[in-house]
Design a protein around this ligand. Structure first.
Ligand code: ADE
Ligand code: ZN
Length: 319
């Protein structure tokens, strides 16, 4: 499983920070983060909302472009160990420079340079998806979208939204998504994770996204499943994340039912050290629990390549 070529479309850069990385940075900066770690050194949280707050607290030690450059390299080199050949990472100006366009450009420059250096050392090709945070509200999302629009090019190729799906509605963020689309960015949003099928419909109808982050709860509505299949809406399914956060345990994850219904599904890890997962580990679980064979994994990687927010030359090299 480790050597199968993998494409990961859904990975939050801060969520991919190993606890040891965050602890080291915290001690370099004399920042007490003991609250967020369990005795065995892993991140400690109980449920999704506490996960979000621990995530934000861990992120608070990432204070400079240099910190993000170190993190980018760390994450990409780890992905290479699991056969990942292409990755799209969610990057949030909310954490990188506080939505100030100039500061964001500095962070981005550092992240990009780190990604290029890591690639020379065997890491996957990377693209960035600028991500607003839903529970920060629509006004801050506009500023984030403006940062995205200002930096839309060959490295920043997408715009998305993460955060608490229980806050507000997808439609509250139309301005941000329209702004990003007009700048030429491709669109995805978290939906159908903590929100039901209605949230997925709103993402498609109001935000006009072409991929859905998670989307698994679409399974509760057969007409929506049929629509996803018909329109070829790609789901960025993160089964290990769903299991760790208590949404679906492995066996109950709808990934196989969705695939069997013709919905294009892909596999990602979301925030792997928080969830004690890796791409290899998730592949092994899916093989074991849902009976996927090598062909099924190769097909999921082809689906991901076709849905990747990259140029045609890069895509062809992945297929
Ligand atoms: N940010 C990081 N991980 C997330 C998740 N699983 N859902 C929503 N927002 C997130
Ligand atoms: Zn996510």
């Amino acid at each position: 499983m480790k050597d199968l070529p993998k494409i990961e479309l859904h990975l939050h850069i801060e969520g991919a920070a190993p606890p040891s990385f965050v602890r080291d940075l915290a001690s370099e900066k004399n920042h007490d983060l003991s609250r967020i770690f369990a005795e065995d050194g892993s991140y400690r949280y109980d449920g999704f909302l506490e996960f979000l707050s621990v995530y934000e607290e861990a992120t608070s030690v990432l204070k400079s472009p240099e910190d993000y450059a170190r993190l980018t390299r760390e994450v990409l080199m780890r992905q290479a160990e699991h056969g990942v050949i292409y990755t799209e990472m969610f990057l949030s100006p909310d954490f990188c420079g506080g939505r100030d366009v100039g500061a964001w450009q500095e962070y981005l420059h550092a992240i990009r340079e780190a990604a290029e250096g890591a690639k020379r050392d065997g890491a996957p090709e990377m693209r960035g998806i600028v991500t607003c945070i839903r529970h920060f509200g629509p006004d801050l999302a506009r500023e984030t979208a403006t940062c995205a629009a200002e930096t839309a090019a060959d490295f920043i190729t997408g715009f998305g939204m993460g955060g608490d799906e229980g806050k507000g509605r997808q439609g509250d963020f139309v301005w941000a998504f329209d702004c990003a689309r007009e700048a030429g960015l491709r669109l995805t949003t978290h939906a159908g994770e903590w929100g039901g099928p209605g949230s997925v419909r709103d993402a498609l109808d109001d935000l006009k996204v072409e991929r859905i982050g998670h989307g698994v709860r679409a399974i509760e509505d057969p007409a929506l499943v049929e629509r996803l299949a018909r329109e070829g809406i790609v789901l960025e399914v993160c089964p290990g994340s769903n299991a760790a956060l208590g949404l679906y345990q492995w066996k109950a994850n709808p990934i196989e039912k969705l695939r069997a219904a013709g919905v294009p599904v892909t596999i990602s890890t979301d925030d792997p050290p928080f969830f004690h997962t890796t791409m290899t580990g998730d592949y092994e679980h899916i093989a074991h629990v849902h009976g996927w064979d090598e062909d099924a994994f190769r097909e999921a990687a082809r689906v991901a390549a076709r849905a990747a927010f990259c140029d045609e030359t890069t895509r062809q090299a992945l297929l």
